[in-house]
Write a protein that binds this ligand. Structure first.
Ligand code: SF4
Length: 468
């Protein structure tokens, strides 16, 4: 049962956290951050950095149109529109990790880049660098906020051992622990809403929810790959196609069609399914398929259970898109029965092929499999739908607070172990609900992932006495 009204708890936890850590993850000095370039481009195109900036020369920059993600060689985004100091410019955008890559990749001498109106980068070299095209014209530069990336980035999991905060947490009253967890969970939900809101302001609410659901379907290893798939196949384009065309397009755009041949399929139904996909895919292939290796979506297969094979995830996405109009009602008109409605709609999802196969080229499974399992359903609900709805309907917090937790995962187990100790009654008591699990993950993120002293210098245990 909820004891803290939303978003009061979020404010309280925010103040508590900031009083202990300052603004965590804020870089005083610029750093060289490493991230796959395509991941950075996906964050940009999804609107996570926002649309209003200050250029390196103090220019006021506003992105009017994010344009199209180029699927062939040349600048990354084409047909964009950008206001620079109030003047509307149309052209291309190039995004790179480092400012100097412009010259290292030869863009300055390549006339294909003469249409670039904005050069964006994450890391700036210590020497001053001016971006110039082959006509020796200066190209405005924009350095992205590294802090945004730092916060979004998954960090390595620290060692799993019971932490120094175990005793003070044990000594706190149940009510105080409950209020701490509820507040941390509210803070996390509000952060998720802030991200979705920034993305919706840059793109649209529909596209944002669509991207966020795709990310959740991609789960841990293929979150970015699914985000890119959603960005390269915007929702309105997909909804304008019939189901068979749509399915072929997303499988083709994912890059799965080129590696699978129906001549060498392991089963008759896999062969028949692939043939149908190909009968639609070849028509749109030239416009959709990435032409260069570096534009192809990178999928991760290692560590992925067969049920979660990326091809099955794309199959589940096809089923979601087939029922999109029914699903949208859930977040457009949310009520107390939100969880029940979402579960019912998810359980109704069906697909003749993907309920019975692991990949595009596999024999039928022994028994039918759900397209979206229980934990994934909960994660989409708890990470996307509830945060989105809470931004508009604060009273839904008590409904969210009733939602049951997921089975478990490695991060959650580590957080439970560090904060409450292995198999302790507290660990069980305080992680039954989804919001409690989210709270443990938030504290783990804010304190354990920031700590490099094996708890010794962490301020959390001492300050817990202050939590009322
Ligand atoms: S790092 Fe801090 S919050 Fe994490 S287990 Fe250690 S004392 Fe607790």
């Amino acid at each position: 049962m909820s004891i803290v009204p939303f978003p009061d708890g979020a404010e309280k936890y925010d103040n508590f956290r900031e009083s202990l850590l300052g603004s965590p993850s804020v870089l005083n000095e610029p750093k060289i951050l490493e991230i796959p370039e395509m991941d950075l481009q996906a964050m940009w195109f999804g609107g996570e950095f926002g649309r209003e900036f200050t250029g390196t020369q103090g220019e006021k920059i506003e992105i009017v149109q994010f344009g199209h993600w180029n699927h062939s060689s040349g600048p990354d985004f084409t047909e964009t529109a950008v206001k620079i100091d109030g003047e509307l410019c149309r052209g291309d955008i190039e995004i790179e990790l480092d400012s100097k890559s412009w010259e290292q990749h030869g863009h300055g001498a390549n006339d294909a880049f003469d249409g670039v109106i904005l050069h964006i980068f994450l890391n700036e070299s210590s020497d001053e660098f001016y971006t110039r095209n082959s006509r020796h014209e200066s190209v405005p530069q924009l350095k992205l906020d590294q802090n945004l990336l730092l916060y979004a980035r998954a960090r390595d999991l620290p060692e799993a051992f019971p932490g120094r905060c175990l005793a003070p947490l044990h000594d706190m009253s149940d009510e105080a622990v409950a209020s701490l967890l509820e507040s941390a969970a509210q803070f996390r939900a509000r952060m998720k809403y802030d991200r979705l809101k920034a993305m919706a302001d840059s793109t649209s609410a529909r596209q944002t929810i669509f991207q966020a659901i795709c990310e959740a379907l991609g789960f841990r290893y293929n979150k970015t790959a699914m985000a890119i798939l959603s960005q390269r196949n915007p929702l309105p384009d997909l909804l304008s196609l019939n189901p068979a065309e749509r399915e072929a397009r997303i499988f083709g755009a994912a890059g799965f069609m080129e590696t699978e041949s129906y001549h060498s399929s392991l089963s008759e139904d896999a062969s028949a399914y692939l043939k149908t996909l190909w009968s639609h895919w070849w028509k749109v292939r030239p416009e959709v398929e990435p032409e260069t290796e570096d534009r192809k979506i990178q999928w991760k297969l290692s560590g992925t259970r067969p049920m979660n094979h990326p091809q099955r995830r794309v199959g589940a996405l096809a089923a979601v898109l087939n029922r999109w109009h029914l699903l949208t009602v859930i977040w457009e008109r949310p009520g107390e029965d939100l969880e029940k409605k979402w579960e019912t709609r998810c359980d109704e999802l069906s697909h003749d092929y993907w309920e019975n196969h692991y990949t595009l080229n596999s024999k039928p499974s022994k028994s039918p499999m759900k397209l979206i399992g229980k934990d994934r359903q909960r994660d989409i609900l708890g990470n996307v739908i509830f945060p989105w709805c809470l931004g508009r309907h604060q009273d839904l917090w008590s409904t969210f607070a009733e939602m049951g937790g997921v089975d478990s995962n490695e991060k959650l187990r580590r957080a439970q172990l560090r904060l409450f100790g292995e198999g302790s009654p507290e660990a069980k008591k305080f992680s039954r609900k989804y919001f409690q699990q989210q709270a443990l993950l938030q504290i783990y993120h804010d304190f354990c992932l920031e700590d490099a002293s094996e708890c010794r210098d962490c301020p959390f245990p001492e300050q817990l006495k202050q939590w009322q």
